[in-house]
Design a protein around this ligand. Structure first.
Ligand SMILES: Cc1ncc(COP(=O)(O)O)c(C=O)c1O
Length: 496
């Protein structure tokens, strides 16, 4: 049994989670810090990924510990069962999904924020001010009006949800946030291209519209929304008695990095009285560099703009954000008053920033600190240069693929995404899908690199999405070499 210092005999034992010996704890904490910094410093020599062996996997099924094993014991377990098996996102050749890389200072900021156990957003503290300042910086950096509002979220999915909820409430023609969607005789619908991220469908489900509340606009050969069809669909839907309220344009689709014609969509939304939401989960960051900002023109006209820090701003998971042009509309959607939350005129309860009135969460972590400190460390210009570097690397990889013998590019390189597959002339389409699936898994399992996959025009393809500040051109050379070698290896096996 642990006892508190200074306890008198005969007194009831009062326990705490604090260490009895702070010196011992400090020693352990410093070793932990050294170990995790070593991991980051040496990441290039590690495999990009390694599977969890069955013996380790088994250990995650042991029952709940009734008695503790102490800090050293818990740390030993971490070293054995957790540390060797990361997702791979730190690695210079991690390019899967839209995963970001994290950074050493942001990692330390997480520690500092957790160490303070800050509860930012609703109290009179520095945390609320850090978040507000970060939101203000992002408005300026992405060309959003200073009068706009914003909130940090767990990621792009919740940022999309928040933006679309505000849009639904503002543009449905009745007060949805007060009376609910069921008050409408007409079905509420919103529009997005067939390349829109699954989180927008999820938002529709959560908003009570159902997945079919998203009307899907077909894309052109470059995977961009066909805006002439969007216009047609809106007018036909109105005639059919549906009630359109929003259009989502994507700046950087997950499959190919394509960017919708955001200016054109903004015009249509304005003319039709619809909310213009932009999902810029990673692509919004193209706005940080003069070299790439032109690729996301029109994004700044959004009524709501969703993006992630944990993707193309390289912050450790998790941190996303949504900016909302109309602060009143934003607050209207999320304000519910409660006597226990009424601000006082002084003290910690005299709030400077009611984040609970700008999103679904009340209690929230101090996500802003890692981004705020990283921006102070490196400056916005450095982030812009890294984004432009990743776009140039994507074009470099596209060039390598175009020059390769058997690997073919399957989409234009619009931003930082390259989609491709190994081709064998005359091969059966299903066999070719299988070959490419096997190719991807071997590249991942051998720890060479982490691309991911998708389906384009009915074909299984590999894709690389570069939100990685550690990648170098030699990493892409290594990938294309592996694609060729392992592709030939699998093709040879399937012939024998
Ligand atoms: C275009 C796009 N939108 C939304 C999301 C969802 O973001 P998150 O994973 O941060 O919730 C993603 C994730 O990859 C994305 O690529």
């Amino acid at each position: 049994m642990t006892t508190t210092k200074g306890e008198k005999p005969g007194e009831a034992l009062e326990e705490t989670l604090d260490p009895l010996d702070w010196g011992e704890f400090r020693g352990l904490a410093h070793r932990m810090l050294d170990r995790i910094i070593d991991l980051q410093e040496d990441i290039r020599s590690d495999p990009a990924w390694r599977p969890v062996p069955p013996a380790i996997h088994e250990r995650f099924f042991s029952g709940p510990p009734r008695a503790g094993q102490g800090a050293e014991g818990a740390y030993e377990d971490f070293l054995e069962t957790v540390l060797p098996y990361p997702t791979g996102t730190l690695h210079p050749r991690f390019w899967g999904w839209a995963g970001g890389t994290g950074s050493p200072l942001a990692m330390m900021a997480e520690l500092l924020g957790a160490g303070m156990n800050m509860l930012p957003g609703n109290f009179n503290d520095a945390g609320a001010r850090v978040e507000l300042q970060l939101v203000n910086w992002m408005k300026e950096a992405l060309g959003f009006p200073a009068s706009g509002s914003g909130v940090l979220t767990s990621g792009g999915s919740v940022a999309n949800l928040v933006g679309l909820v505000v849009g639904r409430d503002a543009c449905s023609g009745f007060d949805v946030s007060e009376v609910g969607v069921q008050e409408s005789a007409d079905r509420l619908v919103m529009y997005a291209s067939s390349e829109v991220h699954s989180s927008v469908y999820k938002a529709a489900k959560l908003m009570g519209l159902g997945k079919t509340g998203v009307r899907i606009v077909p894309v052109d050969d470059d995977f961009r929304m066909r805006t002439e069809l969007l216009e047609e669909m809106i007018s036909k839907d109105r005639l059919a008695g549906l009630r359109p309220f929003a259009i989502t344009g994507t700046a950087g689709t997950i499959n190919t990095g394509s960017v919708d014609d955001l200016d054109r969509i903004a015009d249509i939304a304005e003319r039709e009285g619809l909310w213009f939401h932009v999902d810029g989960a990673f692509g919004a960051m193209a706005g940080l560099s003069p070299e790439t900002a032109g690729r996301v023109n029109g994004m700044e006209r959004a009524d709501s703009l969703a993006f992630d820090f944990h993707k193309w701003m390289y912050a450790p998971y998790e941190a996303g954000c949504v900016l909302i042009r109309d602060p009143e509309a934003h607050r209207h959607s999320f304000t519910v008053s409660a006597s226990y939350l009424k601000p006082l005129s002084r003290g910690p309860g005299s709030w400077v920033d009611a984040a609970d009135k700008r999103g679904p969460q009340l209690s929230r972590g101090f996500k802003a600190l890692k981004v705020w400190m990283s921006l102070k460390e490196q400056g916005f210009d450095k982030f812009g240069r890294l984004v432009a570097q990743n776009v140039r690397q994507a074009m470099y990889l596209g060039g390598l693929i175009d020059a390769s013998a058997n690997v073919q590019r399957k989409a234009p390189v619009s931003l930082n995404v390259v989609a491709f597959r190994y081709e064998v002339p005359g091969a059966d389409p299903e066999a070719l899908d299988d070959l490419n699936r096997e190719l991807l898994m071997r590249i991942q399992e051998r720890g060479i690199a982490i691309p991911s996959s998708t389906v384009l025009n009915g074909q299984f393809v590999l894709r690389v999405c570069i939100c990685n500040h550690r990648s170098r051109r030699e990493d892409f050379d290594a990938l294309v070499e592996a694609l060729e070698t392992i592709g030939r290896e699998i093709h040879g096996e399937s012939l024998t």
